[in-house]
Unconditional design. Structure first.
Length: 186
């Protein structure tokens, strides 16, 4: 995998705890260090990773926290990948849609019977949708023609995630009174 690197030199005159470096990347390589130190990725409450010269971390981060036990001179190479690997395929990062966090979510319950019924209407702003059956297996599909023979089965207690699907979801059960719950983000 190819990376674009930037180098930073850090000089600590004394011990320092959770020195924050706001840098987004995918890899940290310790080129030089005259003392061992620790790094916490993304939050100073995360687990410390022991580091020393020539060690590396390959994981996404948007900041990291460095702790030294005394004076230290450290040179780090920090990177963003030119490409990332998805399912064994290399993909240029410029082609990946940024996943956004959303505070918007709605939830609800519907009763599904032996005739197809709407679980949730289409929503073009939807980021993800979770559907759960609580009383019996139900079968879901994207239109009112869903049946127990052609729908996707959701067993009792099972939850499925329809990530990035924005269309309507219909359901049908083998009998009446099937309690179905949903949580929609977006």
């Amino acid at each position: 995998m190819d990376y674009n690197y930037d180098s930073i030199d850090l000089v600590f005159a004394a011990a320092d705890t959770d020195y924050e470096i706001q840098w987004s990347g995918a890899r940290i390589y310790v080129d030089r260090s005259d003392a061992d130190f620790t790094i916490k990725l993304n939050s100073n409450t995360n687990k410390s990773i022991n580091m020393k010269s020539k060690s590396e971390i390959e994981a996404p981060f948007d900041r990291f926290y460095l702790t030294t036990t005394g004076a230290a001179n450290i040179t780090l190479f920090l990177s963003n990948p030119k490409e990332i690997r998805l399912g064994g395929q290399e993909v240029n990062v410029d082609t990946i849609e940024k996943m956004e966090k959303t505070p918007d979510a709605t939830y609800g319950t519907v009763t599904i019977g032996a005739a197809a019924g709407l679980i949730i209407a289409a929503n073009t702003d939807r980021k993800s949708l979770f559907v759960q059956s609580l009383t019996a297996a139900v079968y879901i599909g994207n239109d009112a023609s869903v049946t127990t023979a052609n729908g996707l089965r959701v067993n009792t207690g099972e939850t499925i995630n329809l990530d990035r699907y924005t269309g309507a979801v219909y359901g049908i059960g083998a009998g009446a009174g099937n309690d179905v719950r949903y949580l929609e983000e977006g």
